[in-house]
Write a protein that binds this ligand. Structure first.
Ligand code: GTP
Ligand code: MG
Length: 266
């Protein structure tokens, strides 16, 4: 059966698991059925009850018991998931859900930048529709140079995972009023981010030139335009994210309340 995947990706502690839980419940409150998948072999206590858990098949601890350190164990656990991913998918299919939210490992780097992570994701998703939700912690948005860095990481993950990607500012409730009122509305303006990096005076020499070039490239690639501030504790922002995700997955128009009946029998 055809499934629709929402893949939560972001640096450690960026809020992936909390957003998985809160977005699922916002979607359910609008009538959609959602399966939550813990795709992190090292996470034994996500803040929600997973409907499907890769730890039923493989855990990072098994590899630590064989002598690997925590990072090596995670890498090996992700690599070995390829042997179990068909079963994970079968479990998901049994729910016949409208959407599947995949909560990926805390450590983004071994997941997205080695071969194993993208490979197991591809094997899970097959030819179905999927969108990556990339979480950028609001703390990065307090400094223009950090905005350039986190957007560069987002673009790099986009290229690695090769899927439509919605970039969100997570924990948006923690953004300062200065950023909300004066920075975010200006971000998409040509030259704004470069000027802000220059004016902040935290960089000089090679680092300044690099940051300015990256800011320019991000702008020219159209990568700064749509960034969605989302707080796991703000229902309106969760519904906006749901609308955005639907737009990408259904190729539809603006946000609309999901009509579950429409998709039954897929
Ligand atoms: N203020 C605020 N805190 C949040 C929000 N979302 C998550 N947090 C907090 O951020 C911390 C990390 O959240 P998690 O959901 O565990 O983040 P994660 O990306 O899954 O973390 P790892 O899987 O360990 O990488 C927790 O203390 C959460 O309570 C939010 O929208 N607002
Ligand atoms: Mg997590």
């Amino acid at each position: 059966m055809a499934l629709k995947f929402i893949v939560m990706v972001g640096p450690a502690g960026s809020g992936k698991s909390t957003l998985t839980m809160q977005l699922a419940s916002a979607m359910e409150s609008l009538g959609a059925t959602v399966v939550k998948v813990n795709f992190d072999p090292a996470e034994d206590k996500p803040p929600y009850e997973p409907d499907v858990d890769v730890r039923d098949y493989v855990t990072a601890e098994e590899f630590m018991e064989k002598g690997l350190g925590p990072n090596g164990a995670l890498v090996s656990a992700i690599d070995s998931l390829i042997n179990h991913v068909d079963k994970v998918r079968e479990e998901v299919e049994q729910f016949r859900p409208d959407y599947v939210i995949v909560d990926t490992p805390g450590q983004l780097e071994p997941f997205a930048y080695r071969v194993g992570g993208p490979l197991v994701l591809d094997a899970l998703i097959q030819d179905d529709k999927a969108v990556t939700v990339f979480l950028m912690d609001s703390v990065f948005f307090e400094s223009p140079a950090d905005i350039v860095s986190i957007l560069t990481l987002a673009s790099s993950v986009n290229v690695r995972l090769r899927r439509p990607q919605v970039n969100v500012i997570s924990k948006a409730d923690l953004l300062s009023p200065e950023v909300v009122n004066n920075v975010l509305p200006m971000l998409h303006e040509e030259g704004y981010l470069e000027a802000a990096v220059r004016d902040s005076k935290v960089l000089s020499g090679t680092e300044l030139n690099l940051s300015l070039s990256l800011a320019r490239a991000l702008y020219e690639a159209g990568y700064i335009g749509e960034i969605l501030p989302v707080s796991a504790y703000d229902d309106v922002s969760l519904k906006e994210l749901y609308g955005k995700v639907q737009e990408v997955l259904e190729g539809g128009d603006d946000y609309r309340i999901y009509d579950v009946d429409e998709d039954q029998g897929d």
